[in-house]
Design a protein around this ligand. Sequence first.
Ligand code: ATP
Length: 242
Amino acid sequence: MKPIIDLTAVSVERTGERVVRHVDLRVIEGSWFGLIGANGSGKTSLLRALAGRLPFAGGSCRIAGVEMIADRPARAMHFGFSPPADTLPDALRGREVLELVGGNIETIWLRLGPLRGALGLDALLDRWIGDCSAGMRQRIAIGLAFAQGHTRVILDEPFNWLDPVAAFDLRQALRAMVDNGLTLMTALHDLGTLAVACDAGIMLASGNVAMALDSRLLVTAAQDPQAFERQTIERLRAASAP
Ligand SMILES: Nc1ncnc2c1ncn2[C@@H]1O[C@H](COP(=O)(O)OP(=O)(O)OP(=O)(O)O)[C@@H](O)[C@H]1O
């Protein structure tokens, strides 16, 4: 199958230091691609560059067959991307932030589909962002990534701060949307979600691909998530050993 996102030897620099090095990855349309790796391994930097929030320092980034390595605005237009939850404006209510990004709330609900209930967004519409807990902010931030109706969405650690019920409901809703055609990329720290929900992925270590997690491996992982967790933890430990 032809990839919709095709990165070859991409690099990203932060303050002059190369933090993503010659990474290759391919994402098939209508699939969920997971990135795992130690803190500081480059997941956020790679996702932010793909979403046009940072420049690439080299390589090739083809999206739907079009080269976009040097075109940050085109990449930013192409993907839904949630802002970091702690950067949402305190002085606005949930509804105002969502409508600023996605227009009329009824249209936004249509775009969000099962995420509206999974994220409990109705209860947050009239709440000031400044009065929201970290998990409430996270719910709104995830909603924003879908508010414009993108069919390709990038989420950086979307399960952070969510309570167990919300995390479960979000995972189910995202999986249902992927089964319906959404292409999703997420950074994850939760190996259980990677095993049971993702179709493919990579493990990053010090900005390099330490392990490709292909669909065959993840099908096996879903059958025995505990064994997958043990093996992956060993790989992560080895990959981040000094
Ligand atoms: N705003 C920034 N300015 C300068 N360097 C940064 C910045 N953000 C991250 N870095 C550096 O880039 C490298 C990769 O960080 P990045 O945030 O991409 O890792 P990560 O895998 O997402 O980590 P985590 O799991 O902790 O979120 C680290 O060495 C980090 O110190």
